[in-house]
Ligand binder design. Sequence first.
Ligand code: NAD
Length: 287
Amino acid sequence: MPPSFQLLDGKFVSSELKKSLSVGVAEFKKLYGRTPSLHVVIVGQDPASQIYVGHKEKAAAQIGIESRVHRLSSTTTQTEVESLVLQLAQESHVDGILVQMPIPKHLNSARINELIPFEKDVDGFSSQALGALCLNNAKAVACTPAGVMELLDFYKIQVQGMDAVVIGRSTIVGKPMALLLLNAGATVTVCHTKTKDLYSHVRNADLVVVAAGKPEFLNVSHFKKGSIVIDVGIHRDSNQKIVGDVKSEGLEKHVSAASPVPGGVGPMTIAMLLKNTLTLAHDRMKV
Ligand code: NAD
């Protein structure tokens, strides 16, 4: 076993973060006489989305953030979704807007995300938010990669100078993750389905963030001794057990730190949504 294996316990870190956020929310209320307000738009009946949105509502209520869910039927038109988003964009008491993905295929998600004003974009998926991240000037960063950075930060893992590999190049995880690591001074390689030899990149990395969405497609044999492994993937296997993109068996004897699934990045994602809501609420009161 490496001398000090560190489990990157997102369940614990997110609960600590939520405690401090609930203090922050109480201060906000005292200062401005109102409650930070998060608005979630959900279109259709995707079962996983219904569960995620339920978790978001519960977590917001726990720390005193007002959350309102706008449920639209799966036959809602592009114009109807757009007019709801535009209406929320105008309303002064609304601090954060997010449209829960995935949305039905007949809708254009990119166009909808672009209608969320930068000042209210809690998910950080719009081109302005991603551009700001590129310039290291973001207000709210996509919650999952932001949660990974918060987790690393909590355990005082300095990524500056590290050779980091991000597996996945999606707009919601891989790309913002790569930018955050780059902004923090890591040397970043992004691997994806067209990468020639993914394993050689992983084998040489000090830090690997795995967000391929492929159940247990990496295992302990792929990582450099003493490296750090962040598993973003979340799946149910054939026995309904929750697993990640990395097989966890034996990791603690080989790498120096790893995030578990469940209880790693997942809880951090929700905590960062709350943090982003409070940050945006404060920013909006300053202008
Ligand atoms: P996605 O499907 O949009 O993107 C996956 C990316 O991985 C793509 O860029 C693809 O090129 C790459 N990829 C796929 N297979 C690969 C392979 N074999 N080798 C190399 N690259 C490969 O998925 P996403 O939305 O980015 O999510 C990734 C995973 O993270 C999923 O399992 C998702 O459920 C999970 N996720 C978890 C959280 C959380 O809070 N824990 C949040 C968002 C996503």
